[in-house]
Design a protein around this ligand. Structure first.
Ligand code: MG
Length: 173
């Protein structure tokens, strides 16, 4: 059950204490794109998000890692941030994580995934053995495939809340 529970949970990527991640010796931050760093129906990220990621690049190697297959969408956003991206990452499977790990020779305990979905970002990261951070989605608008994942996520959330293990809106870490 704990593979569905993030190590850290914050309202948005703007609320994360990145010094804490640095103290944990994390060197590689992999951000999900849709509804984590960019609203689903927007193509250009907000300035405050771009500014944050640019600042993070001083202390971390930063990536956008997305299940989205659109090269155009990924490249426009990644260009705004000035970072590399992996599309078609197949989270919760390890394809995208492995790509980053192998290219830069990170160890798993130096890597962190930050995303808005339990069934892809958190489950994928926990299974792969890296640090996981969950944030709330930037908007209620979602892709069709995400609606499908949310159905399972909501069922999982009910069980986790019932057992007192995790509750949406109760931030920690
Ligand atoms: Mg997402």
């Amino acid at each position: 059950m704990d593979k569905y529970i993030p190590k850290m949970y914050k309202k948005s990527i703007l609320d994360i204490n990145y010094d804490t991640l640095k103290e944990k010796n994390i060197k590689c931050l992999m951000f999900d794109l849709d509804n984590t760093t960019l609203k689903v129906h927007k193509s250009i990220p907000k300035k405050e998000i771009c500014d944050l990621i640019k600042k993070l690049k001083i202390n971390f190697k930063v990536f956008i890692i997305s299940n989205n297959t659109s090269k155009k969408r990924l490249s426009v956003a990644a260009d705004c941030f000035g970072v590399e991206y992996v599309r078609f990452a197949l989270k919760p499977f390890s394809r995208g994580f492995r790509k980053v790990k192998n290219k830069y020779n990170f160890s798993k305990d130096e890597m962190c995934i930050i995303g808005d979905q339990i069934m892809t970002d958190v489950l994928g990261g926990n299974r792969y053995g890296i640090y996981t951070v969950l944030v709330d989605p930037l908007s209620n608008d979602e892709l069709k495939v995400t609606g499908f994942n949310r159905f399972f996520e909501n069922r999982k959330l009910k069980v986790l809340a019932k057992r007192g293990l995790f509750k949406k809106g109760e931030y920690y870490g």
